[in-house]
Design a protein around this ligand. Structure first.
Ligand code: SF4
Ligand code: SF4
Length: 252
């Protein structure tokens, strides 16, 4: 029962994003796709009736590493360039640069995990300053237990699994469908560390132009930590081949 539902979630997201990419501005499509991922998570939250502990000001999860796609970084960059920040943008961007410098080039998981810092986009009240454009990873992380989140933040063993299995799977499938539609259309398929990539985005005015030309938007130093022996280049090439051959790819 759950598996067909998850595959349908993946398939419908892939199709709608792929269709939108044929006609629309890709960054606007990326924004809509993120909204779709959030809507899917909310829908499955209602469907399951799960009691979720998340609330504004609760932010243990914002200390976790956040892996993102290039278009998600470009959406945050565009949001930060808006005029809503009056007087605050400089300080916020400085925080991003410091946080990014601490993790740039750390592609080994243990090295990356050793850098313990909150997301630089978190404000003093424990809220996300870019909530409207937060990445899919943040949208789909809902927890059923704040105690579990605090235990993980303390590097301890959580008393229960924080994520609700159905909500987490639905979010994962929707996010994969959106991502794979961008990959199938030829866009940057690498996974990036949010802080490292956003710091690069703030320094490099050409990052969006590269992305629109379907080139990697950011450098290898901004890429996510991966297990030993895993190659992002090979994984992205395999995924492109699979998507080209079969159209949709796999949601699992
Ligand atoms: S995921 Fe955990 S830490 Fe984050 S808002 Fe929800 S309960 Fe709080
Ligand atoms: S982008 Fe926002 S929600 Fe995501 S980790 Fe950073 S502060 Fe938290």
């Amino acid at each position: 029962m759950t598996r067909p539902l998850m595959q349908a979630t993946y398939d419908s997201t892939f199709r709608s994003v792929a269709d939108a990419l044929r006609a629309g501005d890709p960054l606007e499509v990326a924004a809509a796709a993120l909204g779709h991922v959030g809507g899917t998570v909310d829908g499955f939250h209602r469907l399951t009736g799960a009691e979720v502990a998340c609330q504004a000001g609760c932010s243990f999860c914002c200390w976790l590493r956040v892996d993102v796609r290039a278009h998600e970084v470009l959406l945050i960059r565009r949001y930060l360039a808006g005029d809503r920040w009056v007087g605050e943008r400089g300080a916020l961007e400085a925080k991003v640069r410091v946080a990014g410098a601490r993790v740039a080039g750390l592609t080994a998981p243990a090295e990356r995990a050793a850098v313990r810092q909150p997301c630089a986009l978190l404000d003093h009240a424990g809220c996300c300053t870019v909530y409207a454009v937060r990445p899919a990873a943040c949208r789909r992380y809902l927890s059923v237990s704040v105690d579990a989140c605090e235990a993980i933040w303390n590097d301890g063993t959580p008393p229960v699994e924080p994520e609700h299995p159905v909500i987490a799977e639905a979010g994962r499938h929707a996010a994969a469908g959106a991502h794979n539609a961008f990959v199938a259309a030829g866009y940057d398929g690498f996974s990036y560390d949010l802080m490292a990539a956003l710091a690069e985005a703030l320094e490099d005015p050409e990052c969006e132009a590269r992305w629109r030309l379907k080139q990697p938007a950011f450098s290898g130093r901004a890429r996510s930590a991966v297990p030993d022996g895993f190659s992002q280049e090979e994984a992205v090439a395999r995924l492109r081949a699979e998507l080209a051959g079969e159209g949709l790819g796999e949601g699992t």
